[in-house]
Design a protein around this ligand. Sequence first.
Ligand code: C2E
Ligand code: MG
Ligand code: MG
Length: 645
Amino acid sequence: MSLRTLKAIFGAVTVCFLVASAYLAVLVTERQKVLEDITHYNPAWQASQAVSEFMRLERRLDAFNVPGRGVDKDEVELRFDILLSRAKLLSEGRFQSIIQGDPDQQTTLRRLADVLVLVQPLMAELERPGSVQQTLQLLEPLEPRLLQLASYAQIRGGERIAQDQQELNRLYWIFSGLSLGLILLGLILIGLFSRHNQLLQRAHRDLHALTGHLAHAASHDALTGLANRVLFHEQLEMYLGRWRQAGIQFAVLCLDLDRFKSVNDTLGHEIGDALLRVVADRLRNCLRDGDIVARLGGDEFGILLEAKVGLETYTVLAKRIVERLSAPYSVDGREIVIGTSVGIASVEPDIVAPDQMLKRADLALYAAKSQGRGMFCYFEPSMEARLDERQSLEIDLRKALANDEFELFFQPQVNLKLNEINGFEALLRWRHPRWGKVSPAEYIPVAEDIGLISPLGEWVIRTACAEAVNWPRDIKVAVNLSPVQFRNGTLVESVRNALESTGLAPRRLELEITETSLLDENEATMAALHELRRLGVQIAIDDFGTGYSSLSYLRSFPFDRIKVDRSFVRDLSLRRDAMTIVQSIASLGAGLGMSTVAEGIETKEQLTQVRTAGYTEAQGYYFGRPKPAHELVYTLDPVLPVPSA
Ligand code: C2E
Ligand code: MG
Ligand code: MG
């Protein structure tokens, strides 16, 4: 039953109760009146009293006439007065109502009154001879009529009493019924009250629970059930307060997941969500009671950690988190491997606001990520300076393209069979107005982060094609691509436009991609690669051997060329294993029908080694440094010793 229905019933019952109570009051008054009538008023008795007084007067008059009977005038007068008062009672309304329907009785009463009027003066002169006689003569004819009146009153009085008793009976039953009804209504009301109370209590409990639920929802992350950013902020403020008052040391740990985005992109958001829930569970299990862990955003988490047993607590926990979160996950029957990087900022005297600490932990996280995956890093003041540097780099970079501050340099690539230059790799150069030349290794990641890599990459492709179209023979141009360019979906279109607008033959354009682009191996990347291949463009895998070097990448797409990273070439004379790797990659390429390029050739000796290993092409300072387009020479320097295989 709803509270509303209950209220309606409650109202109706209350109205019934009030009406019944009012009616009961009326009944009680009525009953009271009837009882009063029965108790105080008896017409039969009144009539018989009057008759007996009448007869008593007659007897006194008789005795008055007989001397010696001891009846004097006063006594006769007294009897007469009594009779007068009795007769007066009979003339009143109540007795009149008894004889109302009987004209005979009314006549008797009228006659009595008349006779008494006549008798009254005779009373004063009783001693006068004949007056007693005269009085008795007046009275006597009335006697039988009065006796009849008395018996009539007797009968009517009895009837009236019977009627009153009946009425009393009726009232009694109504009264009892109503009383019972009232008791029932009272019971119903009590029942309704208690039900109402129960419902109210339940509503109160529900409301309480709902309020609690809303408060929880406002401060917790719906997906993982962890605290959210708002609650984390509040707690951080509290930790800061405690540190100021009681010196309790603590740290903020910021972490984000490595490769989570690619899980989301390739396996879908449902798996991504399920993975986040498992990550949240693992994080909870890493912590002690009382430590706070919150989800700050997509794959970002924050931890508030007290240094209960000393500052090494932070390191112990950071290591544990990195280790536990890197263990393989099994979600929906799939094996997933991700990792995490952790930034740690411990509380310092110069910290004034929670945001400051969060920013420091973020900077430390950024530093940890730049050191590679699965690392943790403590905040250092120099990071803030680096952040400032990075921010000004970002500002300058945004203006650089419009300000025409970029230039392409080209480095020759040599065909080792023909001993001739068969291509140039386009390498981006930025002439910064204040700092001069800035290395691509510094600004390419920033351009990727701030979304500038796509327009910049387009510019590189267009410019490289425009230059290459002027080169002799079939010399090709190699252009480096960032993994980010694959994600925005416009890559194929910009390559097609560049080829069409410059008129460069597609087979003279080679696109170099790194293993990072293939990490996700998602459908979009693969589709773009096949589309590019259909355009007639060549695809090379760059810096091979430095990343994950998964052989499955080589199977995922039929690359035209494998470029072995220059670090292996550099180590050729220093480490035996470098030679083994360089040789293996050469035979791998040969086996798969792909050309192999050795990067970073600086010496004749290195050139001999890679040639012996079976590389088809080579690139490096030995043949020439990257140069601006107008300085390019398309043939090998004739004085340069090029050993034959
Ligand atoms: P990368 O694609 O592996 O390019 C080769 C890098 O090795 C170039 O560095 C080149 O100058 C350097 N190098 C070539 N021969 C030698 C040598 O004999 N010894 C030594 N020590 N180094 C040599 P650079 O120009 O600084 O470029 C660094 C990286 O920046 C490139 O590595 C490439 O990954 C990236 N990059 C350059 N231009 C672009 C571009 O237009 N777009 C994208 N996305 N990345 C680019
Ligand atoms: Mg390259
Ligand atoms: Mg390379």
